[in-house]
Design a protein around this ligand. Structure first.
Ligand code: NAD
Length: 524
């Protein structure tokens, strides 16, 4: 009986968050299956790497064509499993992946090919240096549910084009869309053992971290990221950790009020606030505070909350009950500590199991959970500031450092302020959409993580650098080899003068003293 119960609890269930409908159940991959998947990946990776980058780029191009043909079907599946409106599924998932495939197709060859490394040091002039970028081997990818397609896809594309095999452990809430991603890549020509999906929850993820992978790319919460970092440290497994955020939005006195308030409402409520780059804290110059509050409250109240399959829907459901409870707890804590509710603040049980009304809070403080912890829901807490210094101090008063946005007409001032914000990305006059810039690195500082995905920096995470040093005079012993002695020491001192002395006179003297170095005979 207990065993039956355990099995029932451990089943992985794909549920439509808007309706509660169970779409499919999976058996989670056990530790032994994960180990076997990694072993198969290791074997298959050699031939995949051997294909060469041009062939792998062709596979990416085929993937892009197939995905483009099926874009609407994929968007529908994303909406069914993750809840977001279809427009967002198309823009923030499908388009991001199509463009990432385009980017890696256009840029991988130039990045991955060997690069000559000329030396300036006279002592090393007989050598020719070269940088080779080599795949790690097997990359483990563990991904969250909030961008169930674009996050695993962009990371997988980068890993594959660099010549790695991938074992992907998607979120237990969005297994179907991860399997769909794999189906597209297999159809495009990626061998099945080169990309494998292991469906499961945290224990399957833990098995992957402990399996024989060569690098791990993890996207998820800070709590899980820290656990993974500890496990990885024990075996020096390299990791990329893309963790949570508490992104500040700073609205300066000269900002366009209508644009900034619409930006705040979209930045806080798109994907029902479940984006790592969501606007989670908003600071407004005192001169705009009151009209800004009114504009945000009015615009939030106008948003149409509902099933993402309805093309009229602006804000879909949250992913599950646990997420709704987290939002409720943060809003309740703010209310108890004196925040004013200008819109929302209630669950929408009339619409389905996981809906929460877009919520605008005023008079919040940094003592409230809503301004310190990641809420990951449709809540926009707003507080005023007086000076630039105060705005920067408030923005940086956070454990997190993923993204931030600055809203200002004077872009020169905006860029100067951006330098002072502790974050991986600072956007000026927009929020969140940097995730769709395929060229731009994505990642954070402080508790928001380590390493980068996307763009060339994301590709760089998928390779290790090998320096190949080839001596052009194989028949000559090196001058710095044994045997040492006082004469040789003086010659070396002369050589250092020749190379580094400030005056030309000293350099000349050094050249004379070191002359013997170049023709040092009798060494061992
Ligand atoms: P989560 O940490 O609960 O889970 C993420 C993944 O880790 C899931 O696949 C889960 O099954 C797996 N996992 C859980 N425990 C594990 C363990 N002990 N070992 C290995 N794997 C384990 O996060 P979530 O709720 O799925 O995602 C939301 C979080 O992700 C938010 O904090 C959000 O900010 C963050 N996120 C960050 C980025 C970014 O790029 N920085 C992007 C999207 C989401």
């Amino acid at each position: 009986m207990a065993t039956d119960l355990q099995i029932a609890i451990r089943k992985i269930t794909s549920v439509n968050p808007a309706t509660g409908e169970v779409m499919r159940e999976f058996e989670p991959a056990a530790e032994a299956e994960v180990i076997a998947a990694v072993a198969r990946a290791r074997t298959a990776q050699l031939a995949w790497h051997g294909l060469g980058v041009q062939q792998r780029i062709h596979v990416l191009d085929r993937f892009r064509e197939l995905l483009h043909d099926q874009k609407s079907e994929v968007a529908r599946l994303i909406t069914h499993e993750a809840g977001k409106p279809q427009v967002e599924a198309l823009l923030t998932e499908v388009m991001v992946v199509l463009d990432a495939a385009r980017f890696y197709s256009e840029n991988s060859y130039a990045f991955l090919r060997d690069q000559a490394l000329p030396h300036a040091n006279l002592a090393m002039k007989t050598k020719s240096g070269r940088l080779a970028r080599e795949p790690y081997g097997v990359i483990g990818i563990i991904s969250p549910w909030n961008y169930p397609f674009s996050i695993p896809a962009t990371e997988t594309l980068a890993a594959l084009v660099a010549g790695n095999a991938v074992v992907l452990k998607p979120s237990e809430f969005t297994s179907l869309i991860a399997l769909e991603l794999a189906a597209f890549l297999w159809k495009a020509g990626v061998p099945k053992d080169v990309l494998q999906v292991v469906v499961g929850d945290g224990s399957t993820g833990n098995a992957l971290v402990n399996a024989n992978i060569d690098k791990l790319v993890f996207t998820g919460s800070v709590a899980t990221g820290k656990r993974i970092a500890q496990t990885a440290a024990a075996r020096l497994l390299p990791v990329v950790l893309e963790l949570g955020g508490k992104d500040p939005m700073l609205v300066f006195a000269d900002a366009d009020l209508d644009v900034a308030s619409s930006g705040a409402v979209w930045g806080a409520f798109m994907n029902a606030g479940q984006a790592c780059l969501s606007v989670e804290r908003c600071y407004v110059h005192r001169s705009l505070y009151q009209p800004f509050l009114e504009a945000c409250a009015r615009k939030a109240a106008q948003l149409r909350v509902g099933n993402g399959m309805d093309p009229q829907t602006d804000v879909g459901p949250l992913i599950n009950e646990r997420q709704v409870r987290n939002v409720e707890a943060h809003v309740e804590d703010a209310r108890l500590h004196g925040a004013r509710m200008l819109a929302g603040g209630v669950r929408r049980t009339d619409l389905g199991p996981n809906f929460y009304a877009p919520t605008v809070l005023a008079d919040v403080t940094h003592q409230m959970r809503i301004m310190r912890e990641e809420t990951f829901g449709p809540v926009l807490p707003i507080m005023p500031f007086e000076t630039d210094d105060e705005a920067v101090r408030l923005a940086n008063d956070s454990d997190f450092g993923l993204g931030a946005s600055i809203w200002i007409r004077n872009r020169v001032r905006g860029e100067a302020l951006a330098r002072r914000i502790q974050a991986g990305t600072v956007m000026i006059n927009d929020a969140v959409s940097c995730f769709g810039v395929s060229e731009a690195p994505h990642g954070g500082v402080k508790a928001s993580g380590i390493g980068r995905t996307h763009g060339i920096f994301g590709l760089e995470e998928m390779v290790h650098i090998k320096y190949i040093d080839s001596d052009r005079l194989p028949g000559m012993k090196k001058v710095w080899w044994y045997e040492y002695g006082p004469g040789f020491t003086r010659q070396i001192e002369g050589f250092l003068d020749l190379m580094f002395a400030k005056s030309w006179g000293k350099r000349l003297q050094g050249a004379l003293r070191s002359a013997g170095v170049l023709t040092r005979k009798g060494k061992i």
